[in-house]
Design a protein around this ligand. Structure first.
Ligand SMILES: *Cc1c(COP(=O)(O)O)cnc(C)c1O
Length: 223
């Protein structure tokens, strides 16, 4: 099957209010072009350098999502164009995003990455950590970021019950955090679900799914 057919197939299965991020990490520009020609406009990358490298070679109306772990010293390279940063997991990182967005005279949309995996949970913060940021005095001064919701990655396992528990937890976290409302905090996005678990994620309340290999085939990390 071609990229266009896989893309059309997946989009046809998504509810109207669920957004697709096509995850193109490791894929060459030509592959992104093919998906673009099929109508896809939102693309996700997990490495800042890789995204910064691809962006100038592709059309301007693409929405670039940074879905991976972000080091603070890399924020400046993507601040002029990134449309959503999924992996915000500290106030320090948020402050740096605000600083770089201010230089670009932009507001950058962000998601809090919440640790939801019961196992192998390398990245993400606790709900308490997110609450602490939202309640802090520093947060109220960040005029160039907008927190739009939460992101989470379930444990890499075949155990559907466990994945469902983790997704349910992210949904309840979202419900809890969406009580915070301010000029720089407007919850409307729950980013959860990848190729292997996106149907389940949607059943659990996802509004944005990040799908790579089901559209583009397996990734080859050696090239
Ligand atoms: C790679 C990646 C995805 C997509 O994974 P697939 O299993 O290929 O769909 C989604 N989210 C994040 C954060 C990723 O790094």
């Amino acid at each position: 099957m071609q990229i266009k057919e896989r893309l059309t197939q997946i989009i046809s299965e998504l509810p109207q209010d669920v957004t697709l991020v096509a995850v193109t990490k490791t894929m060459p520009v030509s592959v992104i072009q093919e998906a673009y020609q099929a109508g896809q406009r939102i693309f996700g990358e997990n490495k800042v350098q890789e995204m910064v490298h691809k962006q100038p070679e592709l059309p301007n109306d693409i929405e670039w999502h940074m879905i991976g772990h972000v080091q603070r010293n890399k924020v400046k390279y993507m601040a002029s164009f990134v449309s959503l940063i999924h992996g915000v997991e500290s106030l320090k990182l948020l402050k740096e995003i605000d600083k770089q967005a201010r230089k670009q005279e932009r507001i950058i949309d962000c998601l809090f990455q919440i640790k939801i995996a019961e196992e192998d949970s390398k990245f993400g913060m606790s709900v308490e950590g997110a609450v602490e940021i939202l309640n802090s005095d520093i947060f109220k001064e960040l005029k160039h970021i907008n927190i739009k919701g939460v992101m989470g990655m379930a444990t890499f396992t075949q155990n559907k019950e466990q994945i469902k528990r983790e997704f349910d937890y992210l949904k309840s976290t979202y419900d809890q955090l969406s009580e915070f409302k301010s000029f720089n905090c407007n919850f409307e996005i729950i980013s959860m679900g990848m190729s292997g678990d996106y149907q389940l994620a949607i059943d659990c309340g996802s509004t944005l799914v990040r799908i790579g290999s089901s559209i583009f085939g397996p990734r080859n990390y050696s090239v």
